[in-house]
Design a protein around this ligand. Structure first.
Ligand code: NAP
Length: 305
């Protein structure tokens, strides 16, 4: 997508609708779920929540609801916040051998007494639908399609593909280098295939003069967790902007006292970009959709040819 910047200035950017794209992808997946069920396998997801982090509770509820709507089997296992690492490990061992469960997800963050790496490494890599086990991280890094792609960057890649954004040869700038979003995002954009073959720059909190990089981006993907950090003048005219950030900012005019904003100042960026994701309604719905895709991918491994 290479829009004429002037036209963009006059008309505003095209809105990339994650709700619509996510719904279309879930409808496509429904046929495969039915086919698996006819062969005796109902894809099953276990979501493990340790503690009572309010945001995590919301995410876990949304994941359970999405499984139900898609016809997947799911279990949400809630453990108290003082759960020991040993207790979590033994639960994961049980889930690893539970035949009804094809995907296991441990909701992050975990309480301090539990080592996150040790917990994530204990999940059977064949059930690691979040794609955080080193075996899957490695597979994604080398472009092995049997690896599970972390849901959020996988969803961003699908948004780009399904919006017709040409990644091949484009300069993609990823702001943020977390293991959940930034790093796997860069790996996916580098792969040789659809939604890949980009030239990738990764920026982070120690990057000097970050706006020099963001202004060069044909595709700008921002995942830092800083409300409206990227202003309109940091965006190249005609760029495609994907805003992964979800931040609560105080807003007394709202019933709940806050509103959600992204990492990009949407009202400015929409006049400069050729296409942009809103927050909410952009990347968020894609993350849940790709979790369902990964659970179905996990279940497929257990179907006899
Ligand atoms: P994270 O683990 O906190 O990582 C943030 C990254 O941003 C780090 O790499 C950090 O750099 C970088 N960063 C922080 N401040 C920066 C700055 N001023 N300039 C440049 N880079 C900066 O966060 P995350 O898990 O990746 O999540 C990022 C955002 O995406 C959050 O708002 C989160 O809520 C949202 N998110 C949304 C979804 C969804 O489904 N929509 C899913 C996941 C995350 P250093 O490494 O140098 O510290």
């Amino acid at each position: 997508m290479h829009a004429n910047p002037k036209a963009v200035e006059e008309t505003g950017a095209k809105l990339i609708d994650g709700n619509a794209i996510g719904a279309a992808m879930r409808a496509e997946l429904a046929g495969e779920i039915t086919a698996l069920q006819q062969r005796g396998v109902t894809p099953g997801l276990a979501v493990v929540l340790v503690g009572d982090n309010p945001a995590s509770q919301v995410y876990v509820r949304m994941k359970g609801k999405a499984c139900e709507e898609a016809g997947l089997y799911h279990e949400t296992i809630k453990l108290p916040k003082d759960t020991t690492e040993a207790d979590l490990m033994s639960l994961l061992e049980r889930l690893n051998v539970n035949h009804k469960i094809h995907g296991i997800l441990v909701q992050l963050p975990l309480p301090k007494q539990i080592d996150t790496h040790r917990a994530l490494h204990r999940i059977d890599p064949r059930k690691d639908v979040d794609g955080f086990h080193p075996e899957n991280v490695g597979k994604v890094a080398v472009g092995d399609p049997t690896g599970f792609r972390p849901a959020t960057p996988y969803g961003v890649q699908q948004l780009l593909i399904r919006t017709g954004v040409e990644t091949k040869g484009a300069h993609a700038v990823v702001v943020g280098r977390s293991n959940v979003v930034g790093r796997p995002m860069a790996a996916l954009l580098l792969q040789d295939g659809p939604g890949g073959n980009a030239t990738v720059t990764v920026c982070h909190s120690r990057t000097r003069g970050i706006e020099q990089y963001t202004r060069q981006a044909d595709i700008l993907i921002v995942a830092i967790g800083k409300p409206e950090f990227v202003t309109g003048d940091m965006v190249k005219p005609g760029a495609v902007v994907i805003d992964v950030g979800v931040n609560r900012v105080d807003d007394p005019t709202k019933k709940q006292g806050y509103r959600l904003v992204g990492d990009v100042r949407f009202e400015e960026a929409k006049h400069v970009a050729s296409a942009i994701t809103p927050v909410p309604g952009g990347v968020g719905p894609m993350t849940i959709t790709m979790l369902l895709y990964n659970t179905v991918q996990a279940a497929r491994q257990w179907v006899r040819p």
